[in-house]
Design a protein around this ligand. Structure first.
Ligand code: OOB
Length: 541
């Protein structure tokens, strides 16, 4: 059995986290076993017209794990998974955890490039995807993947017409021919996705111990219990709706997850009414749509008690509207797939809830706010956020060079956010130093898109920056130095799409420029481009 290698916490820290009771040596799938003993018939997931009990979730995931084990796929193997907001996403997640297989859960919005990048890093033996995604509508991409990854010997497709490939079939009862078990709790359980700021998307190894602690602590802070009816409207595999406290938090305490295919009010409000949803998680751009729609739908959303908002900065003016317009409490959540999650607390003053992005969830989260030289800034001043703790990774998967910059010698992770740490321990996010665009909570690494643009024969140079946008918070603008002054944005978008880039990463605007402005040290002056874009451009295309 060879386990997935990852950057471990130094033993003294691991020991401390175990002694504090944070790390308990339990696999992530333990929560299902506990729920089945306590309340097997309670509904765990509502998805379309289907209701799935804890017993069914547990059984279906065991069947899948067993079928995989019978084929010899198990401990130490990796899986590439791409499923939308559907019950199978959780069934497959628990199955893989039970079988000791570490999945990457790609977002449904991801395309060929992202999936290829993940696959070439984890070298999966198993692919679980959906025929409903355009990439898997025919067999071309699956075949391309297995050519690239010879280890890939098992493909399972939701809604496939052929029985042997069909995911639904893999969830049916079967006799166990081989035993299987989760990886040890201190080992990698699965990979989270990094928003990234570099050319290739990085993977985040999360252990059972660290992830389960983050879920358990989140549940305490957010007071989830078996009455919780949680609407999962954001992409279900994202860290926020998965673990902050998210669906896993709901499963831990026996509540109910109601799945929505998208976060728009037209999909969500009827689900809230029908299933008496009392809590949900949104990004600010979705919240803003909810606030617009709410006045004419007050009775439909009357069951809401708490709306969590995070993923991007929530403007104070919007924050203040939540209680009055949605008739419920607001909680700000400032988190990252790498670990650290900050929450405003349910009993916090309005001032904290409206003006801050919360404070770290764990007493063992360590936070430093530093200047350019890495020295702590004077109390209350703006600086770069660095953090380490019981659920913050010590390194990205197989990225030694990147890790050398992303972590300091003491193991603190540089999140790339500019923050102010207030005297009361609450953080205010004021900006960002990482080269990333936060488009309505979806993160775009500038370098990734720039490299692809420069692969176009008529593009000499490219720089991607954010432009402020009322609806999305930020949109993206590509400044292009081109050999062809007539090169159209439609042609460039088509080119990027043809390379297999996810749609949300396609630049919203293209602007031709004679030369990219440079700083004194010879880097592209993105501050200048951002200022210029904000002054001169509105997103019209
Ligand atoms: C969440 O995770 P990621 O990995 O998609 O993105 C992390 C980054 C942060 O470094 C920060 O730049 C930004 O997203 N961010 C926020 C924010 N929450 C996240 N910026 C300002 N205000 C906020 N409230 O986005 C994520 C993970 C777990 C819980 C919540 C969000």
């Amino acid at each position: 059995m060879s386990l997935v290698p990852f950057a471990r916490w130094p033993e003294a820290f691991a020991e401390r986290y175990r002694r504090a009771g944070h790390w308990r040596g339990e696999p992530l799938s333990q929560m299902l076993a506990d729920r089945v003993s306590a309340q097997a018939d309670a509904i765990a997931i509502v998805c379309g017209g289907r209701e799935i009990s804890y017993a069914e979730l547990d059984t279906a995931s065991t069947h899948f794990a067993r079928r995989l084990a019978n084929r010899g796929v198990g401990q130490g193997d990796r899986a590439l998974v791409q499923l939308g907001n559907q019950a199978e996403l959780y069934i497959v997640f628990f199955a893989l955890i039970k079988a000791g297989i570490a999945p990457v859960n790609a977002l449904f919005s991801h395309n060929r490039l992202e999936l290829m990048a993940y696959a070439s890093q984890i070298r999966p033996r198993l692919l679980v995807a959906s025929r409903a995604h355009s990439l898997f509508a025919d067999d071309e991409f699956a075949e391309e993947l297995s050519e690239l990854i010879p280890e890939l010997d098992t493909a399972v497709l939701h809604d496939d017409p052929q029985p042997e490939l069909r995911l639904q079939r893999w969830l049916e009862p079967v006799t166990a021919e081989r035993s299987f078990s989760p990886t040890p709790a201190g080992e990698v359980a699965f990979f989270q996705l990094s928003g990234g700021s570099t050319g290739t998307p990085k993977l985040i190894p999360r252990t059972h111990d660290d992830y389960l602690y983050s879920v358990r602590r989140s549940v305490e802070i957010c007071e989830f219990d078996h009455h919780t009816r949680y609407l999962c409207a954001l992409p279900a595999a994202h860290n926020f709706p998965l673990s902050s406290p998210g669906a896993l938090g709901v499963f831990l305490v026996g509540g109910r997850v109601v799945l929505s295919s998208d976060p728009g009010p037209a999909s969500c409000f009827p689900l809230i009414a029908q299933h008496r949803v009392n809590v949900t998680a949104l990004v600010p751009s979705a919240l803003s749509l909810w606030l617009q729609a709410a006045p004419t739908h007050r009775t439909e959303i009357a069951s809401l008690e708490l709306v969590q908002v995070g993923g991007a900065k929530l403007p104070e003016s919007q924050a203040r509207c939540v209680p009055q317009m949605l008739g419920c409490r607001l909680q700000q959540v400032f988190g990252m797939a790498e670990g650290l999650v900050n929450y405003t607390r349910l009993d916090d003053s309005d001032e904290r809830v409206y003006l801050t992005q919360g404070r770290p969830m764990s007493p063992d989260d360590e936070v430093k706010v530093v200047d350019r030289a890495g020295k702590p800034v004077p109390a209350g001043e703006v600086g770069a956020l660095m953090t380490r703790g019981p659920y913050t990774i010590r390194g990205y998967f197989q990225s030694p060079e990147h890790n050398a910059n992303a972590f300091d010698a003491e193991g603190f992770y540089r999140s790339g956010d500019l923050v102010r740490l207030r005297e009361d321990g609450y953080l205010v996010v004021v900006g960002r130093i990482k080269d990333q665009i936060n488009r309505g909570g979806e993160k775009i690494a500038a370098e990734e898109v720039e490299n692809l643009l420069m692969a176009h024969p008529a593009v000499a140079q490219a720089a991607l920056v954010s432009i402020p946008d009322d609806a999305m918070g930020e949109k993206s603008c590509a400044y292009i130095v081109s050999f062809d002054a007539h090169l159209k944005s439609t042609a460039l978008r088509k080119f990027l799409r043809g390379l297999g880039l996810a749609d949300y990463k396609l630049p919203d605007r293209f602007v031709h420029i004679d030369a990219l402005p440079m700083t004194a040290v010879g880097k592209v002056d993105k501050n200048y481009l951002r200022r210029r874009a904000a002054e001169q451009l509105t997103v019209t295309e």
